[in-house]
Design a binder for this molecule. Structure first.
Ligand SMILES: Cc1cc2nc3c(=O)[nH]c(=O)nc-3n(C[C@H](O)[C@H](O)[C@H](O)COP(=O)(O)O)c2cc1C
Length: 207
């Protein structure tokens, strides 16, 4: 089993896949890694569709302006966020759970949550879409590293026509499609893509 550091080193976007099938157990482990991800207020907005059918993958390729890896990969995980996870009814329960981990007397609910309650419906929707993008992205990152640890490759595809993907799976407006994750056995071993040096990334030289 790879360490997390080894999986991070070994991960590259894979765009060519062998046709070998991906076992359901591997997909289950990837989904389990997503399930355990952190999320704001523990909202857990991630929702997934595992697309294996050739016809579905062909349509997903079309929805990504022809990106071949989606048709070639034996599995595409459609990674979504459910905006309903941030609705008051669900959040009430999540907040009550969270109160249990705060120190007695902490007033987070009156401050952070109070701010959310003052927003207009449009502001709230935009804020929730942003939250969904952050929460779901973290979960997908965990899925990608888990895939590497299982000998699988992934490619995060973010270049897609949202309405077409939504239509393909009859998804309601409350579901935001965040990523199409191609998953399969790699048929290539890409070089590491260039990365900025650390000095350019830290805004204060000491750490
Ligand atoms: C938000 C996001 C969107 C991406 N969209 C695409 C995409 O539409 N097609 C694609 O081939 N790769 C896509 N990628 C993969 C990036 O091109 C890739 O991660 C980057 O070039 C670094 O290479 P590496 O993943 O091999 O380290 C995306 C990655 C992210 C995080």
């Amino acid at each position: 089993m790879l360490t997390v550091a080894q999986a991070i080193q070994a991960r590259h976007s894979i765009r060519r896949f062998r046709p070998d099938p991906v076992p359901s157990e591997a997909i289950r482990q990837m989904l389990e890694a997503a399930r355990l991800a952190p999320s704001g207020t523990n909202s857990q907005p991630w929702r997934f569709i595992v697309a294996r059918e050739a016809e579905e993958r062909r349509k997903l390729r079309e929805a990504t302006f022809g990106q071949r890896q989606l048709e070639e990969a034996p599995v595409v995980v459609v990674c979504c966020g459910d905006l309903k996870a941030y609705e008051a009814a669900t959040q009430g329960q999540r907040r009550r759970e969270l109160e249990g981990v705060l120190e007695p007397g902490e007033t987070r609910s009156q401050t952070v949550y109070g701010r959310l309650e003052q927003m207009s419906a449009e502001q709230l929707r935009r804020a929730n879409v942003r939250r969904a993008l952050i929460d779901v992205s973290l979960a997908v990152g965990q899925m990608m590293l888990t895939a590497v640890s299982l000998g699988l490759g992934t490619c995060w595809v973010g270049g897609f026509a949202g309405p077409r993907v939504r239509e393909l799976f009859s998804l309601p407006e409350t579901i935001v499609v965040v990523s199409l994750l191609a998953v399969g056995h790699p048929a290539q071993a890409p070089e590491r893509r260039p990365r900025l040096p650390l000095e350019e990334l830290v805004l204060r030289p000491s750490f």
